[in-house]
Write a protein that binds this ligand. Structure first.
Ligand code: GAL
Length: 810
């Protein structure tokens, strides 16, 4: 009898209950996955609060259509050691919190219409003998069944794995069945569909049938008429694989989204489809305020959107573990390259089990992620660990065996360490604010292959969004110097900064409040000034693409002795015009930037005077440049600390009759401002190539109005396989839309209708910015979020919640 059952997925993301071993009496019901057992404070909590053994359980009924089918249970991610007990039978223990696992539960299922009990005992303690544990770690590892859970009904003979290796000339696919089919002659066919609008409905290729031999089948086919997957046009295709018998009965169907591209690293850099691309990116931890790791699909995708479209990066490193498939799916869709790696942080465990698990992690990472076109590099060393030849020879060999198409890397801080990988990936923290941005490859490794800087900045200069303007500017310039170096050095494929977002960390790291403030954005994904170094590298095509930010708020009282220091503009606009108190001063373009390696390097606004010393103040044109220079020098150093050579210049100008001390003082008050004098208003206007204004920033004006601005990336939430969630970014702004960087005031949040709040109802701004996470709660319709500020002003934001009825759930 034929046993053809079409593959069907049922999500098991709701109706769970759990209790913590510390408090077994307290049973929590109606739990939804992704789940965090403990909703955390924003900061100042101890990592002990999430470390426990959690007992999760859920019941579901055996469906009639499962008769004769194999039933496979998959958990996408559970932190950190999960034991599956099904109807009282202990079936499997998975020893990694960052990879998925699948368990065949068929033979333990109760009969049709009877209830089954699924239990997952989850050890979330950091004392586990498995990666990344065993020593200190600079990130919190959280707890919980934090990625989705589902079961699939499949024929008893099914495809356990379909791998696609594609480049521009051909694609090959290896298919593995769950077992050798006795007495059955099976074959595999593949069809390739192109995406049109939102669906893959244009058939462009159909393979001949390939015979299954044993439990394997390999298909190799020239690629016909496909468009390459690239950063600007990340064309995706759907490859549909059918497993059939000789009568054409379909046993199983697999759908894989893929893209066609070539990648290579060599000593001259990185090439995508033969085109040299300088890699410019940031590291990402998968953590969020309040929920830790438990972020559903769309929040994961929002991060990919932020890194690619807001920050303009072309690569992200998933430090220090494989991250959500949803995140990587979105990287595929947006054209954001990915360097992913096995879990770990500096430490290699002593035990054989620990090392064995590292190899398992390599295997799971490559098998589970190898169909993503965005992934260009496998990290097969424990981040920043010491050399361990025996282990790393094996991890490299295994990755190459499972994926012959991608290079391996392995992140180290060691120079000239033993090198088994294809690309030397090095964390370069040489820059201290005054020296070179990056080392040259030859001073790090003698290896001949590719070289990529996998981290920079980070602990060298932690900056909070509520730190002084000087520090925020310094951080931005450090990122700029390093990115500039990476762009200029021909021996570097690129550089990935540390890091995209601030993240929770242990007491041994960070600022003591359990946050590492190393992000170019805060934990709520609000921008620090440094983020504009990246954002401004985006191409400018039209006004909507314009990025413009200025380093200063023009408040001299924020600086030692009232010396404002340098003013920088971050923009991708064709030009910027600067006005002082409404009077035009000067126009700058990116050619004026000292960062010549960057397409749009930060621009030093070095003139707030223009030609007014001559036109208004009647200074002799011959001496005006020197007088101007002196005014800026005094602003930078103060009169007392002005270097001797400028004091001499001043004396010479006096001798020539160009200036007097009194006149100099008047000019200083006129152009540079003074402590207690009226604030200066600086306007920076971005203009297009025809000189039309496209964006304006006004700084220094007296703030008369303060209000909150609420923004979110989405206002329609979709309940699909699980609940949906979105962040609302909150900013305190003045009437010119400037963020009030030292506004730390409180606000409260209330939700009504189809959405509810995650975390506390009371929060506060940090550096003038904050965030709120909301989620759906099962019902569709309108949801309203009301934010009340410290003065009682009310702000609301509306959301629409839609149910995706196509998703099957148990
Ligand atoms: C690196 C490490 C990262 C982070 C960073 C801080 O050494 O790989 O995880 O700790 O330092 O700068």
């Amino acid at each position: 009898m034929k046993n053809c059952i079409s593959r069907t997925k049922y999500y098991l993301n709701s109706g769970w209950s759990f209790f913590a071993q510390k408090d077994p009496q307290k049973k929590h019901t109606d739990i939804e996955i992704p789940h965090t057992p403990v909703v955390l404070s924003h900061n100042c909590f101890d990592e002990d609060i999430y470390q426990d053994i959690y007992h999760y359980s859920k019941t579901f009924t055996t469906l009639p259509q499962w008769e004769g089918a194999a039933i496979l249970l998959t958990v996408e991610g559970a932190a950190h050691r999960a034991t599956v007990i099904f109807n009282g039978n202990e079936l499997y223990t998975h020893k990694c919190g960052y990879t998925a696992f699948t368990v065949d539960i068929t033979q333990y299922l109760n009969s049709t219409d009877k209830e089954n009990t699924l239990e997952i005992i989850l050890d979330s303690c950091e004392s586990l003998d498995q990666p990344p544990f065993g020593n200190v770690i600079d990130y919190m590892t959280y707890a919980g069944l934090y990625r989705e859970v589902y079961i699939e009904q499949v024929s008893s003979i099914y495809m356990k794995d379909v791998a696609v290796f594609s480049d521009m000339a051909y694609y090959s696919s290896t298919i593995e069945l769950n077992k050798i089919p006795d007495n059955l002659s099976l074959s595999v066919t593949q069809s390739l569909y192109k995406k049109n609008n939102d669906s893959y409905d244009q058939l462009i290729y159909e393979s001949e049938p390939y015979k299954v031999s044993g439990n394997k089948c390999t298909i190799k086919s020239p690629v016909l008429d496909v468009e390459s997957w690239s950063l600007n046009n990340p064309n995706l295709y759907k490859l549909v694989t059918h497993l059939k018998d000789t009568d054409g009965n379909i046993y199983d169907t697999n759908e894989t989204i893929t893209g066609f591209r070539t990648i290579s690293f060599d000593s001259t850099g990185f090439y995508l489809n033969g085109e040299k691309i300088k890699l410019r990116g940031l590291n990402r931890h998968q953590s969020y305020p309040y929920i830790g790791y438990a972020a559903p699909e769309k929040l994961q995708k929002d991060d990919a959107f932020i890194i690619k479209n807001k920050l303009g990066c072309n690569i992200v490193r998933t430090s220090h573990y494989p991250q959500s498939q949803y995140f990587i799916d979105e990287c595929d869709r947006l054209g954001l390259l990915v360097f992913t790696e096995i879990p770990g942080w500096q430490h290699i465990g002593e035990s054989d089990d620990w090392k064995e698990q590292t190899l398992n992690n390599v295997r799971d990472m490559v098998l589970q992620y190898r169909n993503h076109p965005s992934i260009i590099l496998w990290g097969v060393r424990i981040n920043e660990s010491q050399d361990c030849d025996e282990l790393y020879e094996k991890t490299n060999e295994l990755a190459r065996q499972l994926d012959p198409t991608r290079p391996t890397g392995g992140v180290r801080f060691l120079k000239n360490s033993h090198f088994f990988e294809d690309v030397y990936t090095y964390n370069d923290f040489v820059h201290n604010g005054t020296n070179t941005g990056l080392l040259h490859k030859k001073s790090v490794t003698k290896s001949r292959g590719g070289y990529l800087v996998s981290e920079y900045c980070g602990h060298m200069y932690p900056v909070k969004s509520f730190d002084s303007e000087l520090m925020r500017t310094d951080l931005a310039l450090r990122h700029a110097r390093i990115a500039d170096c990476a762009a200029k050095y021909n021996d570097i494929a690129g550089a990935i900064g540390w890091c995209a977002f601030d993240y929770h960390t242990h007491n041994d790291f960070g600022s003591g409040d359990r946050i590492c403030y190393h992000g170019v954005m805060d934990m709520f994904r609000n921008p620090k000034l440094a983020s504009f170094v990246y954002a401004s590298q985006k191409d400018y095509k039209q006004a909507a693409d314009c990025v413009l930010e200025v380093s200063t708020d023009m408040h001299i009282g924020d600086f030692q002795a009232g010396t404002l220091g340098e003013i920088w503009a971050f923009t991708n606009a064709p030009a910027i015009k600067v006005y002082d108190n409404g009077e035009y001063v000067k126009t700058y373009t990116s050619k004026d930037s000292p960062f010549k390696g960057l397409a749009h390097g930060p621009i030093l606004i070095d003139d707030m005077i223009g030609d007014r010393l001559v036109s208004q103040d009647k200074i002799n044109p011959l001496f005006a440049p020197s007088v101007k220079k002196l005014l800026f020098i005094i602003r930078k150093y103060t009169v007392d600390k002005t270097p001797l050579k400028y004091k001499v210049l001043f004396a010479l100008l006096m001798l020539c009759g160009a200036i007097t001390p009194k006149r100099m003082e008047q000019l200083y008050f006129k152009y540079m401002g003074s402590w207690g004098g009226n604030s200066r208003v600086t306007t920076v206007e971005a203009v297009d190539k025809d000189n039309n204004p496209i964006k304006t920033i006004k700084r220094g004006a007296r703030v008369k109005q303060i209000s909150l601005a609420l923004e979110s990336l989405r206002d329609t939430l979709i309940q699909g396989s699980s609940y949906d969630s979105v962040e609302i970014n909150i900013k305190a702004v003045d009437e010119h839309e400037n963020i009030l960087h030292y506004c730390q005031e409180p606000f409260t949040v209330k939700c009504e209708g189809a959405v509810k709040l995650i975390g506390s109802e009371i929060s506060s701004l940090k550096g003038g910015m904050g965030g709120v996470y909301i989620r759906t709660k099962g019902q569709s319709g309108k949801g309203t979020v009301t934010v009340k500020d410290w003065l009682g002003n009310i702000y609301t934001k509306e959301f629409t919640v839609i149910n995706d009825s196509k998703v099957l759930k148990l």
